[in-house]
Design a protein around this ligand. Sequence first.
Ligand code: HEM
Length: 402
Amino acid sequence: KQPRADGLKAYPIVGILPHFVRNQHRLLEWSAGVVARCPTHTMSFNFKGFGLIAGAITGNPANVEHIVKTNFQNYSKGEYVVSVMEDFLGHGIFNSDGDQWLWQRKAASYEFNKRSLRNFVVDTVRWRAKRLLDLEPERRMREALATIHGYADRIVRERRERGAAGLARKDDFLSRFAATGEHSDESLRDVVTNFVLAGRDTTSSALTWFFWLVSGQPDVEDRIAREIRAVRASSGSTDAAAFSFDELREMHYLHAAITEAMRLYPPVAMDSHCCQNDDVLPDGTFVGKGWQVTYSAYAMARLEELWGADCEEFRPERWLDEDGVFRPESPFKYPVFHGGPRMCLGKEMAYIQMKSIAACVFERFSFRFVGGEGRPGLVFSVTLRMEGGLPMRVKKRRDSVC
Ligand code: HEM
């Protein structure tokens, strides 16, 4: 990075390990291995003497709770992360602290609490699912993953079509942001970019790994298909292309399978915060002022102490009680949607989208991964993607009634 005109320091993004920049997935896997071997599941490092960074990576739930909730005020995104991500995210909700974050959080929370948003998501997904099912068979799977874009896509399209002048409409999502007074073109651009990232890259990452994991376990796929049939039968619904909000809520096994896929392959695999003042984490690890403190959801999924000896297995049943009802976990043990005051605002929306698409697709089709043996490569970026896409052989289910 070149020195910046506004006086913020320019940081060597990855001065420490250029090798890891080219092979970021190794950093993810290496840190998961180290965290698993540390007695308290926290590794701290200090390269400050070399003009680089100091920090800690943790997989300890008590530390996660401390960082994201109990001592929230002491852990901001910080100057380092903001400066690294600024070209991409500007000062949108993901890349801001203090008042700049707070006004966006308030504006967005208001929208996310509205019933109309839930209805909108259900309708949009229904419309997209209909289109998906009308396509030629060989294009269906590709389109399935592209179908998740929903809400964020609409924001971008409407902004482009109507321009800044049209944003004053009362029912418009962006107008709420504009109404707060921070409505320069730049800040609205940042709102859009951040929500596209939030809504699209996360759910598509999650579904990609989910479809891959399920394709390796036909028994899981059959159980999902059986559940979908049972829900259809009990609701008596005739809408062949979609499921209502209530029908989706009945799909506990599918909910568990998606949750389990995200446990092993969290769309946001690691999340970093900057320590404002010297602190000691609950497990006794010292973290200094200015250190980057990171929790790794990817590492946590691989800790036997948290998930048992079968922690590396894809086992949706671990999320169900004896009656087959989904049983959530603490967000600090399963920080896939973050926790505390900055917890994900779109969690419910994400589940509606992902369950709708998965249910529509598995009601009719069965999938086999044809991308070779072993696990596909990880592309570790802001979200965790799959190297080389997801080549699948699609077969119509023999028991499909559609
Ligand atoms: C599987 C899907 C998703 C996952 C795993 C996920 C995960 C996360 C995580 C880990 C964070 C914290 C990020 C950070 O602060 O560094 C976050 C924040 C956020 N998410 Fe999601 N998310 C998902 C889907 C969505 C969707 C669909 C939306 C809505 C468009 C959304 C909106 C947001 C927003 C607005 C924040 C910022 C909260 C704040 O900083 O106050 N997310 N999400």
